[in-house]
Design a binder for this molecule. Structure first.
Ligand code: GDP
Ligand code: GDP
Length: 460
């Protein structure tokens, strides 16, 4: 069963050009099909050996200015809801516009999987736009030239794991549910847990001057990185490998990538982008805060990015040696964290001093535990027993008088934990009920702080 990919973005970024390239002559116009308006073009697309259905949301240029925003929004939302994956196009030559930000916001809220692509990326005129695109917080932009056919292999590489994931979920969900399925028979598609030759991958992210380099130096036990009081100082190291109390660990530093910040004014934006790049590599992301100025916008964004990228998150509050009212401050930080980042509720929060080395053992404990939770697999039988109890305590909604039936639940993936709930009318399920289940999973299976993915699927 092929998946559906929606190509979204503001007018003129090159959606139709890309659609035509992917679909070629296999285009099927779907004007007459119920539920699909004339605005959405659909076609059978192929990229290498991946087949999928592509939806194009172009064709809005006729709308007059007044209604354009609203129509664009509605159309995009409809396409997003129809799609398994959204390919969000921006124009790398123009850079990020306010309208792109609006689209990014819709996608963040609504889409399951978003791939970001910077189109018109042929040639040097596109470089600044590509860097800006990192700042959207939707991951690494795939550089494309729809017109010249460049970047198609990158697009392929980005689609492949998703395509395999959908095929796997489809295969699993078409099996007869067997509630007594023993755990040991479930294949672990993610392979074995890290072994001595496969180090634990950590990224230390945070604002300039939070103390990232000081922390990494301290862990390494030598001054291998340069630290200094100037924000944004440039350094070389990108990753360092070490034994963290006998656990082989690779730490990604975001500082070395800061060299790209050639333009002074762009520093703030770039360090978010740099953090993101490191987040991509990591299994566990340590968000390092300065105790004196915790949870600034940039810290929140990075933690949120880490969550959206599906990484385990540990928050380390640095420069604790300077703090006077330690217990009062800690309670306030905990409260602020759970309020500002509810999607990471209960994530470990550890106070440290990179300068004196205090708290680093606790940080290590929190990182190892977060990694374990992130890798955890909950047995299917246990999940279904749990689902029964949750439904009994709180029945799902009954839109239009017909109660949604939750039939079966399984964990489709780890790193981070992904769950699939088979149900009637998944489209009518309310977010609040999904949140109820996610929070329940977190609490009952002791999975604090790790991103939890839960999707509702219909049968058939
Ligand atoms: P849509 O409105 O998003 O569907 O955009 P179109 O596909 O109609 O493209 C808008 C304009 O951008 C057209 O003039 C295209 O020829 C041009 N365009 C599309 N892709 C590229 C590209 O990769 N590079 C350049 N330079 N122009 C492109
Ligand atoms: P980075 O930009 O995040 O890599 O931050 P640095 O490691 O360069 O540190 C910025 C400044 O904060 C330096 O002057 C450090 O000496 C100082 N610093 C880092 N960690 C601590 C800490 O735990 N306590 C105190 N008092 N200062 C710290």
């Amino acid at each position: 069963m092929p998946f559906t990919l929606a190509i979204v973005g503001r007018p003129n970024v090159g959606k139709s050009t890309l659609f035509n390239r992917l679909v070629g002559k296999r285009l099927a116009l779907v004007d007459d099909q119920p539920g699909v308006t004339r605005d959405l073009r659909e076609g059978e697309a192929r990229l290498g050996d991946i087949s999928f259905t592509a939806i194009d949301t172009a064709g809005l240029e006729d709308a007059n200015d007044d209604s354009l925003q609203g129509r664009m929004r509605r159309l995009t939302e409809r396409a997003v809801d129809m799609a398994d994956v959204c390919l969000f196009l921006i124009d790398a030559r123009t850079g990020i516009t306010p309208t792109d930000e609006i689209f990014a916001e819709i996608l963040r809220k609504r889409a399951d999987h978003v791939l970001l692509a910077a189109n018109k990326a042929e040639g040097r005129a596109a470089e600044a736009g590509v860097i800006e695109a990192w700042g959207l917080g939707l991951g690494e932009p795939i550089q494309l030239s729809a017109e010249h056919g460049e970047g198609m292999s990158e697009l392929y590489s980005a689609l492949l794991p998703l395509s395999e994931g959908f095929a796997e979920v489809a295969a699993r969900t078409s099996e007869e549910p067997d509630l007594s399925l023993p755990v040991s028979e479930e294949a672990d598609e993610d392979g074995p847990a890290p072994t001595p030759d496969k180090p634990l991958q950590i990224a230390v992210v945070g604002r300039p001057n939070a103390g990232k380099s000081t922390l990494i130096n301290r862990l390494l036990g030598e001054d291998r990185l340069l630290t200094g009081p100037e924000a944004g100082i440039t350094r070389d190291a990108i990753s360092v490998t070490m034994d963290w109390d006998s656990v082989p660990t690779r730490i990604f530093d975001t500082a070395g990538m800061r060299k790209k910040a050639k333009v002074q004014g762009k520093l703030e934006k770039l360090s978010v982008a740099d953090g993101l790049r490191a987040v991509k590599f990591a299994e566990v992301v340590v968000v390092l805060l300065d105790a004196a100025i915790p949870f600034e916008q940039q810290d929140l964004r990075i933690a949120d990015l880490a969550e959206r990228e599906g990484r385990a998150v540990v928050v380390a509050v640095n420069k604790w040696d300077l703090e006077e009212d330690k217990s009062g401050k800690l309670a306030a930080l905990r409260e602020a964290f759970d309020r500002l980042l509810p999607q990471l509720r209960g994530a470990p929060l550890v106070t440290v001093s990179a300068r004196t080395g205090r708290g680093l053992d606790r940080l290590r404990g929190a990182v190892m535990r977060a990694h374990e939770v992130w890798n955890r697999r909950v047995p299917t039988a246990q999940l279904n027993r749990w689902l029964g109890e949750m439904v009994e305590a709180h029945p799902p909604p009954a839109p239009g008088g017909r109660r949604i039936k939750l039939r079966y639940m399984t964990q489709a993936k780890t790193r981070p934990p992904h769950f699939v709930v088979m149900c009637s009318h998944p489209d009518k399920m309310q977010d609040a009920y999904t949140r109820y289940l996610v929070n329940g999973l977190r609490a009952d299976f002791d999975m604090p702080g790790t991103p939890i993915r839960l999707v509702m699927r219909g049968q058939g």
